[in-house]
Design a protein around this ligand. Sequence first.
Ligand code: ATP
Ligand code: MG
Length: 455
Amino acid sequence: MARPLATFLRSSTFRLSLFYVALFFLSVGALLAFIYVQAIATIDRETEQGTMVDAAALIQEYSAQGIAGLIDAVEDRVAPDRAGEGLYLLEDEDGAPLAANIHAWPNAEPDARGWIAFTVDRDDGPHQARGQTYALKDGSKLLVARDLRARLDFQGLMLDALYYASALTLVLGVGGGLLISRRMLNRLGAINRAAERIMTGDLTHRIATSGSNDEFDRLSDALNAMLEEIRRLMSGMRTVTDNIAHDLRSPLTRMKGRLEMLLREAPDSEAQRLAIERTIGDADQLLATFTALLSIADAESGSARATMTALDLGALAADIVDLYGPAAEERMIAMLYDEGQGTVVGSRQLLFQALANLVDNAIKNTPDGGTISLAVERRAGEVRLVVADTGTGIPEPDRDRVLEPFVRLDNSRSTPGSGLGLALVAAIARLHGAKIELSDNRPGLSVSLVFPSAG
Ligand SMILES: Nc1ncnc2c1ncn2[C@@H]1O[C@H](COP(=O)(O)OP(=O)(O)OP(=O)(O)O)[C@@H](O)[C@H]1O
Ligand SMILES: [Mg+2]
């Protein structure tokens, strides 16, 4: 479970959505912060202006009506039925209150613009306030201020809203991002799985589309069209190769038959006999090549899939040892097989052919008195079939190349063969989902076919 999660977190869709979530979060945050700062500034400005207009009206009253008029005006404002945010304190020159809803002159220094910030005790506890003080001509002092409780409450509400909105944005953003990237990854995963299935040889498989005609559908359609074209070309080529091999086989067989007849009817000279024998040998070689080509085409077409069953590679190897034992013995090559067991799902006929090709190569490339060892090992979900010899071996740089059709190394020029044996082994391995590994047996070659185990 850990691996798919890690893969998911490393995926570019997830990173992209994470990036968008961050961007989204930052822009929403910036927008909210802007609204917050603007709202607070507006309220502050209005409170300030309200205070100043109120104070100007009172000073005006004082100029027109004197201290008595001012006392009336302040008393009017502090009347219980008008109690609002306005705070007032009018004191005479001795500091005795003349009219007020604040009980004591605040002990605060005015700022550069003449504003003082202070705390007043009200019924429900201390409130913050802000206002201006005025020294009047007759020695009395006036304080006009505003209770900031409502403004601070509003600020608290705004801040709460800001936090909740940010948290919600983050949750929605991350949730949405996860959902979107999961969806994208699922679609990509489906395409990937289809591609893997096609690569194992099922060229008729197609990528499913969702029917929404989105980018993924269009990508799938394009890939499907490409696959169809490849399948068409390949089946065309296969038909041509198959037909050539097929059609040439019959006349070749007839030619060989006639040559054999000629040989039996006692040729005129030894030279003629030798020529006929060599021609028969060439015809055999050609027939073997055609047969091998047809077998490769057959393995690659995947038609053998229908007849695959669970079978024991150990038993198959034992049969091969029986079959090739005499040929090896003739050249004093020891054929060792340490009986093993390993079940795979496969075509018995093709696997037999592959193993025969490997043993045939080993015998051809091992000097008299050498050793060929076979082994079937089962470990951690795989079955390993190994054919190792003490022959000439294949140099590292040639090990991939020899798996291709018609590739024969220089030291094999003198032995008969068409260079198709390993190509057929490779095609059969591919059909069975097996890996083919060539390694140094010091001396000699070791070929391993690694199959997925079938239990
Ligand atoms: N066991 C081996 N030791 C050394 N060289 C090998 C061995 N098996 C294969 N080779 C080299 O790889 C080449 C390709 O092998 P492959 O089986 O495809 O062709 P071939 O044996 O020459 O011909 P064919 O198998 O068609 O009769 C061989 O020509 C040989 O040079
Ligand atoms: Mg061979």
